[in-house]
Design a protein around this ligand. Structure first.
Ligand code: R5P
Length: 282
C-alpha cells in the first residue's frame, strides 16, 4: 500500500502514511502554458490511498487528474474537505445539486470514498461507490482539553451543529449547549445558550466549517455581552474566505483552531489518526 496526495493535502497525507507505516508516492505538479494542470506520479502500488481536499476548483481538477493517473481498481479516495457539499439541495428552480455533481465526478476510478465531517452526510448518497463519513470531534476535544480552560463550555452555533459539539464535549468531559436565536425586532437578533449561562465561563464555539467567519463573529459578540470570560473558536475545516482568520483573531476571540483537512498555520488537530484507522479497518 502507498499514499498519494494532491498539493493541497500533502502534510495530512504524510501524517497518514506515517500512521500506517507505508510509503508516499512522489508527484510532480506543474502547468501547461495555457494554465491547464499537469502531473506525473512516481512509482505506484496496486493499492493506493489517494488523499485530496477539494478546497477550490483548482484542487478539484488536480484531484481528478490524480485519480486518473493512479488508474487501478484498488484506489481508495479520502476527501478531507469537499467544497460544493453545502449546495446539497435545489434552493431555486434551475440550480444544480452541486454536491451531487462533484460526488459523481470523484466516484469514477476509485473503489470507495471517505469524507471527514462532511457538511451533511446525506451527500454520501451521491457517490456511486461505497462511502463513509468520519468525525474528528474526539480529536478536537482531546486538543481543547490541553488548553486548561476555566469553567469551560462547548457551544454549537445552532442546533444543527449540536451533535458535533456533543462529540467534542464528550471527549473533553465538559458541558455543551447550542445557541438559540431570538428575534428582538425587525433588525435585531439575540443569540444565547439554550439552557446554560455563558457568564464567567471560557466558551468554545465549535462548527464544522468557518468560511467568512460571520457565524463565529456574531456568536462571540453576543457571548461577550453575556459576560463570557473568554471565547475561542474551533472548527474542522478552516476555509477562511477573504481574510476571515485574521478578522477573527483581530477581534476579541482568544484563539481560532482548525484541523488539517485544509492545511493552515492554525491546523492544530490532525485527521490523520482517524483516516489511518478507517484505512486499516475498511
Ligand atoms: C453552515 O451551515 C456551516 O455549518 C457553518 O456554520 C457555516 O459554513 C459557517 O459559515 P461562515 O463562517 O461564513 O459564517
Amino acid at each position: 500500500m502507498k499514499v498519494i496526495s494532491t498539493e493541497h493535502s500533502q502534510v495530512l497525507a504524510t501524517r497518514v502514511a506515517r500512521a500506517l507505516g507505508v510509503g508516499l508516492v512522489e508527484v510532480k505538479f506543474s502547468r501547461f502554458p495555457d494554465g491547464e494542470h499537469y502531473l506525473q506520479a512516481g512509482e505506484l502500488d496496486d493499492e493506493t490511498i489517494i488523499i485530496g481536499s477539494v478546497t477550490d476548483n483548482e484542487a478539484l481538477v488536480q484531484l481528478l487528474l490524480l485519480i486518473d493517473a493512479c488508474d487501478s481498481s484498488r484506489c481508495r479516495l479520502v476527501i478531507p474537505y469537499m467544497a460544493y457539499a453545502r449546495q446539497d439541495k435545489r434552493f431555486k428552480q434551475g440550480e444544480p445539486l452541486s454536491a451531487r455533481a462533484v460526488a459523481r465526478a470523484l466516484s469514477s476510478g476509485v473503489a470507495d470514498v471517505t469524507t471527514i465531517n462532511i457538511h451533511d452526510p446525506s451527500v454520501l448518497q451521491y457517490f456511486s461507490v461505497p462511502s463513509r463519513n468520519i468525525s474528528v470531534a474526539s480529536d478536537i476535544g482531546a486538543y481543547l482539553r490541553t488548553l486548561d480552560l476555566d469553567n469551560p463550555l462547548i457551544l454549537a452555533p445552532d442546533d444543527g451543529a449540536l451533535s458535533f459539539a456533543q462529540g467534542i464535549a464528550a471527549a473533553c468531559g465538559w458541558e455543551c449547549d447550542y445557541l438559540e436565536k431570538t428575534r428582538i425586532s425587525g433588525t435585531e437578533v439575540l443569540m444565547s445558550p439554550k439552557e446554560l449561562l455563558a457568564a464567567s465561563r471560557s466558551v468554545v464555539i465549535v462548527d464544522d466549517i468557518i468560511s467568512t467567519g460571520g457565524t463565529i463573529a456574531t456568536a462571540s459578540r453576543m457571548l461577550y455581552h453575556q459576560d463570557a470570560r473568554e471565547v475561542y473558536a474551533a472548527c474542522v475545516h478552516g476555509v477562511f474566505t477573504s481574510g476571515a482568520y485574521a478578522r477573527l483573531m483581530a477581534s476579541s476571540i482568544r484563539d481560532v483552531i482548525c484541523c488539517d483537512t485544509i492545511e493552515r498555520a492554525c491546523s492544530r488537530v490532525s485527521a490523520a489518526g482517524q483516516i489511518a484507522d478507517v484505512i486499516r479497518h475498511p
